[in-house]
Design a protein around this ligand. Structure first.
Ligand code: PEP
Length: 247
């Protein structure tokens, strides 16, 4: 059985001025050379300087979003090629905040995945249900539908990860039970096998939503959990390293 290399990725969202680079330096100094892969996805304004702060460390750099096109008249947007040029090697796509704030559909997310592949970036594709959908018993069908719609067949044989982030757990302090996380991660794994065959067994399925050092151990030990996408608790090096060390 293939076991994916775990990934712990910090999503700084719209947080972080130059002064916050000290936190990235502290993560770089404290990240284990062996163990999970570790990444930070800062706002675009910090990518280049964070690359310098992380240089020589095992910590990877990621973007939080990319446009499907490589260049052109798209004011305010960032091409995957620009992220790669600034030093990123990963990119988050389809985060629920982008799906909600910017009306991103599965189809658009799939095009962003294609852009990431074109630029040589490893996509972290986010999926997750609302509280209403979970309460209506629709969580599994919604999330596996997002996986089918957001992951193009071109991902076969490529490095990528899926982040399961229940929307009601993001930034709320709420988390699903371990049984709920395992049920969803198994369903995502089965869907990945249908789409890509056993080759996709190397793709980690991350959990995201109110992960912190105190709950990381239990979450990261759950079946089919191959790491975490971390929002709030990635902003302080000590909090983030506590999660990295929990694996
Ligand atoms: C996220 O938005 O990707 C996330 C997981 O946020 P938080 O850890 O703050 O819930």
């Amino acid at each position: 059985m293939t076991v994916p290399t775990p990934l712990i990725a910090g999503n700084w969202k719209m947080n972080g001025l130059s002064a916050a680079l000290g936190e990235a330096r502290a993560v770089a100094a404290g990240a284990p050379a062996k163990g999970p892969r570790v990444a930070i996805c800062p706002p675009a304004t910090l990518i280049h300087r964070m690359g310098e702060a992380l240089a020589g460390s095992p910590v990877k750099l990621g973007g939080q979003d990319c446009h499907p096109e490589p260049s052109g008249a798209h004011t305010g947007d960032i091409a995957a090629e620009m992220l790669a040029d600034a030093g990123a090697s990963l990119v988050i796509v389809g985060h629920s905040e982008r799906r909600a704030d910017h009306g991103e559909t599965d189809d658009l997310v799939a095009r962003k995945v294609m852009a990431a592949l074109r630029a040589g970036l490893e996509p972290i594709v986010c999926v997750g249900e609302t509280l209403e959908q979970r309460q209506a018993g629709e969580a599994l069908s919604i999330v596996t539908g997002q996986v089918r719609g957001s992951l193009p067949t071109a991902l076969g044989g490529k490095a990528f990860s899926v982040a399961y982030e229940p929307i009601w757990a993001i930034g709320t302090g709420l988390t699903p039970t371990t049984a709920e996380i395992e049920e969803m991660h198994r369903a995502i794994r089965a869907t990945l096998r249908e789409l890509f065959g056993a080759a996709a067994d190397t793709a980690p399925i991350l959990y995201g939503g109110s992960v912190k050092a105190a709950n990381a151990g239990e979450i990261l030990r759950a079946a089919e959990v191959g790491g975490a996408l971390v929002g709030g608790a990635s902003l302080k090096a000590e909090d983030f390293l506590g999660i990295v060390r929990a694996i």
